[in-house]
Unconditional design. Structure first.
Length: 181
């Protein structure tokens, strides 16, 4: 298993790659497998939902945006309804971040992407408070995103971050807005 700088954050988990171009799907799945993940693939959202339902250990879905005739918003909604903690990364040959955010995907990779880019994207999560180790539902803001002020509800450590919609919902009580000074 690769544990070097290009190894993904979820190096022991399972992933699902969704892309209607078989060559692209295979290439990305191969990258994830070489890094140690068990990787599944699908060429449509319907096929992806079937695989997702069958393979209960999938923690990461990397999906193409703009599969012809497919509804990305309904797909994302169904994934989150079945497994709210799943990490979803949108991918496209064009920068479509705004569209992806609108449908519930706040992580984006522009094609062609490399494993180190996925690793960097996944590691933006602020998993725990640096002062008291309390789990936090925060992530570092993406390029061009301002972020907001947050405080650890237990020790008061301050963060400039965004809420991580992929974090476990019970962690939302661990942060609060800072009191006005």
């Amino acid at each position: 298993m690769d544990t070097g700088p290009n190894a993904p954050v979820l190096a022991t988990g399972e992933a699902l790659v969704v892309d209607d171009e078989a060559v692209v799907c295979r290439a990305y799945a191969r990258q994830l497998e070489q890094a140690g993940l068990v990787c599944h693939s699908a060429h449509s959202y319907a096929e992806a939902l079937s695989v997702f339902e069958r393979e209960q250990r999938i923690e990461l879905v990397v999906t193409d945006h703009g599969i012809k005739g497919e509804d990305t918003e309904a797909f994302v909604s169904e994934l989150r309804a079945r497994r709210p903690g799943v990490i979803i990364v949108g991918s496209s040959g064009r920068d479509c971040r705004a569209e992806l955010v609108r449908v519930g995907i706040d992580r984006f990779l522009q094609k062609p992407w490399q494993l180190n880019e996925l690793n960097e994207l996944l590691s933006t999560r602020i998993a725990q408070c640096t002062s008291c180790n309390t789990p936090l539902p925060l992530r570092r803001p993406f390029a061009g995103e301002a972020g907001e002020s947050w405080v650890c509800a237990f020790c008061g450590a301050r963060y400039r971050a965004a809420i991580d919609r992929d974090a476990a919902p019970e962690f939302t009580r661990n942060v609060r807005r800072p009191e006005p000074r």
